[in-house]
Design a protein around this ligand. Structure first.
Ligand SMILES: Cc1ncc(COP(=O)(O)O)c(C=O)c1O
Length: 434
């Protein structure tokens, strides 16, 4: 893998400044303003290659399928689709985006517990690889629409394997109290009662959660599914050819960038994150000797660390309890800290010599106490008009952004070596109101 594309380097202003690939971030914001999502093309390619190389090294034929929900910017999708990976979608909108970006229908699988009739119709007509069915009622709808269209529906059944992913409850999906999938104990009966020439049940799917930093829950889910595959063969004569083990691979969020003048962050989890190869080979081992195509559908692990959110400091203030750094990015731009207490490293765009370090909370302008990007964080002193960069925001950053408080959405730019181009224009208030 190449060097991490975000790093500090001497700049025209003689202090050390944050760069992305060959470009100085502060010069980019002079042109495009803030808040601004800045993506590195090189990092996207590196992340995909790292996954593919690790998959090759396991000796098992893996398919990598990018989960569009993590980030569906059409220009980024064009880059990803050109790398010969599949697309995992969760809505009719994402289906349109995937096709527009160049993914082929036979590379696309459609997940999600609440597909509308219109979305199922579109998926069948488009002839995607598989509709991932999450309930018996959905299977009935797929069945009746397949008959109406005269198309045999390719189906995967999403399994709820009762596995605790030990991640934040809001992004845990493999337990019976979660709305996802069909209880693994109900699948055999369902498939037995649903024999039809219009349904081609070719695969099983599971996705146990996101930002999972250990291998054990994935292997537990894989073991349960293997057991089910064997049972389906023996007791229902159903041959499962495809197994999609979902996304969920966790990544490092601390110390993404280091410099002697910015505080080192304490983290227990990051050091333990297994390599792609350890992760993929542990799962592949479960299916040793079985003639089955394995897929993973990562979102975060492909796109999270390819981007930063650059924001300008509007004001600072202190009271006896806290110091606040109020910046022009807010929870509408990056909701992860407010939604699940997610951690993002925040660093100054310009390094100052011998900085005084203090505890500060980086907050946005939105009228909610929950509108924060970091609470009580050790940071070098930051002043009005300084720029800060929030690291690792490529996944579930822009894709979860909103217009709350009638704030226009931020612009997105892509850096490719010494070139920068806008890949999403900054919204204007007219875009929202009219
Ligand atoms: C079905 C499914 N697949 C893949 C993903 C991608 O997960 P991650 O970004 O954690 O890799 C998600 C995200 O929640 C998902 O729901």
């Amino acid at each position: 893998m190449q060097q991490f594309p975000f790093f500090y380097q001497e700049s025209n202003t003689s202090t050390e400044a944050l760069f992305c690939e060959d470009l100085d971030i502060s010069e980019i914001t002079n042109v495009f303003g803030t808040p601004l999502f800045v993506y590195s093309k090189q990092r996207i390619l590196d992340n995909i290659n790292a996954f593919k190389n690790a998959a090759d090294n396991t000796g098992h034929p893996w398919k990598i399928s990018y989960a569009l929900k993590a980030n569906s910017n059409i220009e980024l999708l064009r880059i990803i689709s050109a790398q010969d990976v599949g697309a995992s979608i969760v809505s009719g909108g994402e289906l349109r985006a995937a096709l527009t970006a160049g993914f082929q229908p036979e590379q696309i699988t459609f997940d999600g517990p609440g597909k509308t009739d219109a979305e199922i119709d579109l998926a069948l007509r488009t002839k995607i690889k598989a509709i991932v069915v999450e309930s018996s009622q959905e299977l009935e709808v797929v069945h009746s629409q397949a008959i109406a269209l005269g198309i045999v529906a390719p189906v995967y059944i999403r399994i709820n394997p009762h596995v605790d992913a030990k991640t934040h409850p809001y992004i845990s999906t493999g337990l019976l109290e979660n709305k996802f999938g069909i209880d693994i104990d109900q699948v055999l009966d369902l498939i037995k009662t649903f024999h039809s020439p219009w349904l081609n049940i070719i695969g099983l799917h599971t996705h146990i959660g996101s930002q999972i930093t250990t291998i054990t829950p994935f292997v537990e889910a894989a073991e349960s599914i293997k057991h089910l595959v064997l049972k389906l063969k023996q007791e229902a004569s159903v041959d499962i050819k495809y197994l999609d083990l979902g996304g969920g691979r966790g990544i490092q969020y601390h110390n993404i960038i280091t410099h002697p003048n910015i505080p080192f962050e304490n983290s227990t989890n990051d050091a333990l994150i297994p390599t792609h190869e350890e992760f993929l080979s542990s799962i592949a081992n479960v299916f040793n000797g079985m003639d089955i195509e394995l897929t993973v559908e990562p979102g975060r692990a492909i796109i999270a660390d390819t981007a930063i959110l650059v924001s300008k400091v509007l004001y600072t203030k202190s009271n006896t309890k806290r110091t606040f750094v109020i910046v022009d990015a807010a929870m509408n731009d990056l909701i992860r800290p407010s939604l699940y207490g997610a951690y993002h490293q925040i660093v100054p765009v310009s390094i100052v010599a011998n900085p005084e370090i203090h505890l500060a909370s980086v907050v946005g302008p939105i009228c909610e106490t929950g509108d924060f990007l970091a609470l009580d964080r050790e940071l070098p002193i930051i002043n009005r008009s300084d720029l800060v960069a929030v690291m690792c925001v490529g996944a579930y950053g822009f894709s979860l952004s909103s217009n709350y408080n009638l704030r226009p959405k931020a612009a997105e730019v892509l850096i490719d070596g010494s070139k920068v181009r806008i890949i999403r224009k900054r919204q204007t208030i007219e875009d929202i109101l009219l």
